[in-house]
Design a protein around this ligand. Sequence first.
Ligand code: HEM
Length: 127
Amino acid sequence: MLLYIIEAVIPVLTFQLVWAGKLAWRQEKERHKKVAAIHAASLWGSYLLVWILIMFGQTLQGNAPRWIVDTHLVIIYIIPALLIFMMATGLRGARKAHMALAGVYVLLWGAALVTGAMIFLAHRGYI
Ligand code: HEM
C-alpha cells in the first residue's frame, strides 16, 4: 500500500517541480509562484499521508544496502524543511537566497530520486 502511494506520488511531484523550475527560468513569476505552491502543498500532504500510514503499521521491508537507505532518509527529512525556506524567500522577494536554495533543492531532489530508485529496484529484486 505504502509503496503504491509513493510510486504514484513521486512522478507527480517531480513533474510539478520541473514545471515550476521551467516557469521560473522563463521569468513567469506569477505562474511559477502558483505551481511551486501547489508542489509544496502536495509534497507536505503526501508526507503527512505516508506518516499516517507508517503510524498505522505500514512498512516497506526493503533489502537495499543500509548506506543507501540512510542517505535517502537524511535527504527526505531535509526536503520539506527546505521548502518552507523556499516559500519564505520566494514570497519575500529575496531573489538571491531563493535561487541559491533552488539549486540545493533541485540537487537534493535528484539525489532523493536516485537513491529512491535504488531502494525500489532492490525491493523488486532487480539489483
Ligand atoms: C515553495 C514554494 C515557492 C514559492 C512560493 C516561490 C515563489 C517565487 C517568487 C514569488 C519568485 C519571484 C521572486 C522575485 O524575483 O521577486 C520566485 C523566483 C524564483 N523561484 Fe521560486 N518559489 C517557490 C519554490 C521554488 C522552487 C522549488 C524552485 C526550484 C525549481 C524555485 C525557483 C525559482 C527561481 C530560479 C526564481 C528566480 C526567477 C528569476 O527571477 O529569474 N522556486 N519564486
